[in-house]
Design a protein around this ligand. Structure first.
Ligand code: ACM
Length: 544
């Protein structure tokens, strides 16, 4: 079958296919309850099958069990002798096996109600052995630049599950918006969660969307998102970006900014793109304020929800230093702490939250700029400025998630030419993503073990709604999922033609799921944005 991501091994054997029908039963062993619920709710609804409870050894049955001789996320799916058995090394392995079963049942299994109630699907006689290459298989959604309402996030969790991705990095705060309710600081949602208008296109564009934009997740929305993800063995890693990318928070609470340099009471939530110079003041009051934010965040994102749920992302990227250079308060802080300069002040700021999170049993992760001043041993790094941050982090003994911008920033355009909507950055085709290698060259085996995995990042400055997010994310997220999951050879040796052939089947699944992907021949008329300026970068990206 045309599975994506490709499994490690498929043995096709001689024998009758296993039919699925109203009499198909479901037996779920201990530890497989989440997959049992998912199968009934999702596959059952799509195919109109009750999947009634039945005995363990039923013919015409599905059997789910945990077998700890396998790796935790590995599974073996056996379709033979009238039944399907999914054996997972742990509960997550069983769930990934169920995702494979759905693909084996054909594209209609990706709908929400039966469209061909009179035809019974069947799974070909076979055994599939599978396990992921990487443990962290992530997607970043930037819900700060453009808000994605809760239903959209839940839908993306379903799309991630269908591609065996397991970490949703939610970029919740930025200069242009604050998206999470913090009960003790109501102005973060009253003021910082919306802006009066928005730049339409790249920041050099003359166009404005002259209407308010905003939204936020209530604490119950967040609890729902985290629980929905955990049902699917997905961790949600929240990002609260400090000390840069903070203009929205400063607009709500002006005392957080560098009040001895600018009149922060005059600031508004930013309506344009770029990197704001309005950064947090390095004061004890600011630290206390954000400890209050993180206290609520830790409660909303429990450490034991799923693998990697202990991580909290603190941003740390692109903190402009001009206000600190001018600020007497910042200069005094540098002197009092015996620091060399503003860069060390930034690492002091991040280091504070590193220790604060570690004392609460959590782990800090931040963008690769946080390496610059040295980090506590448990902290991890998201390597986005190419591969260098990943190499430095792994050599310094830190865990790292590889998300180099020249390969897996999915806001970058996916084809040359005039037709791509609001074209940004380098041309990164489906094939480019398929040939992305997450592990940097030149690491020793020991260092390479610090590569937890990889992540695709979807920044949303020019993605104003979920259809635009779909267009940029798909089909490339399918190629990314295969890079993250499957044991692919070196980039030049990868069978892209074979992947494209399997994609023909996968487009039918995406159609059934209602994903507004970029068709191979280019955008549909309504997917274009004629006249809206982007910022294409010509030529190939810098290599590694
Ligand atoms: C980033 O793209 N500034 C992490």
């Amino acid at each position: 079958m045309e599975l994506i991501p490709a499994p490690r091994a498929i043995q096709e054997r001689q024998g009758p296919a296993v039919p699925f029908g109203p009499g198909t039963t479901l037996w779920a062993g201990e530890g497989t309850e989440r997959t049992e619920r998912w199968l009934r709710a999702t596959l059952g609804a799509a195919l109109g099958l009750p999947l009634r409870p039945g005995p363990r050894d039923a013919r015409d049955g599905v059997r789910l069990l945990v077998d700890d001789t396998l790796e935790p996320e590995a599974y073996r799916l056996t379709a033979a002798d009238g039944g399907v058995e999914i054996r997972g090394g742990g509960p997550a392995g069983v769930f990934w096996g169920a995702q494979t079963l759905r693909q084996l049942l054909g594209p209609d299994a990706f709908r929400r109600a039966p469209v061909r109630p009179d035809t019974a699907p069947a799974v070909p006689y076979q055994v599939i052995e599978d396990a992921p290459r990487f443990r962290w298989r992530g997607l970043l959604l930037d819900v700060a630049r453009h808000f994605m309402p809760k239903d959209g996030v839940l839908r993306y969790l379903d799309l991630m599950a269908a591609h065996k991705l397991n970490v949703l990095h939610l970029h919740l705060t930025d200069d242009q918006g604050w998206r999470i309710e913090i009960e003790r600081y109501p102005r973060l949602t009253e003021i910082a969660s919306w802006r009066t208008r928005t730049k339409f296109g790249h920041r050099a564009s003359p166009l404005w969307e002259e209407k308010p934009h905003g939204g936020y997740y209530t604490q119950d929305d967040i609890r729902e998102i985290v629980a929905y993800a955990a049902e699917r063995h997905i961790a949600v890693v929240p990002e609260i970006d400090v000390p840069g990318h903070s203009q929205a928070a400063i607009a709500a609470y002006p005392e957080l900014g560098n009040t001895d340099v600018v009149d922060t009471t005059a600031l508004t939530v930013w309506d344009n793109w770029g990197i704001s110079s309005n950064v947090l003041a390095p004061t004890d009051a600011t630290l206390r304020f954000y400890e209050g934010v993180f206290e609520e965040v830790l409660e909303l994102f429990p450490a034991d929800a799923a693998a990697f749920s202990e991580f909290v992302h603190v941003g740390g990227d692109e903190c402009r230093k001009e206000q600190w250079t001018e600020s007497v308060t910042a200069k005094t802080r540098i002197t009092d702490l015996g620091l060399a300069d503003e860069n060390e002040l930034q690492s002091w700021f991040i280091g504070h939250f590193d220790a604060w999170l570690a004392a609460r049993g959590r782990r800090l992760i931040g963008w690769d700029e946080i390496l610059e001043g040295g980090l506590a041993p448990g902290a991890a790094v998201s390597s986005w400025r190419g591969y260098g941050g990943g190499v430095a982090a792994a050599r310094a003994g830190h865990d790292v998630v590889m998300c180099p911008e020249q390969y897996v920033y999915l806001d970058h355009r996916q084809a040359p030419g005039e037709d791509e909507p609001v074209p940004i950055g380098f041309v990164r085709t489906l094939e480019d993503v398929y040939r992305f290698e997450p592990v940097p060259d030149g690491l020793t085996g020991e260092e390479a073990r610090h590569v937890l995995g990889t992540q695709a990042n979807v920044w949303t400055e020019v993605l104003e709604d979920t259809a635009r997010v779909d267009y940029q994310a798909f089909p490339r997220l399918a190629a990314f999922a295969e890079v993250a999951w499957s044991p692919l050879p070196a980039p030049a040796d990868r069978d892209y033609a074979g992947f494209e052939r399997r994609m023909a089947a996968h487009y039918r699944r995406l159609d059934a799921l209602g994903v507004a992907y970029r068709p191979p021949a280019g955008p549909r008329p309504w997917q274009k944005r004629p006249g809206v300026p982007g910022r294409p970068i010509e030529g190939p990206p810098p290599n590694r």
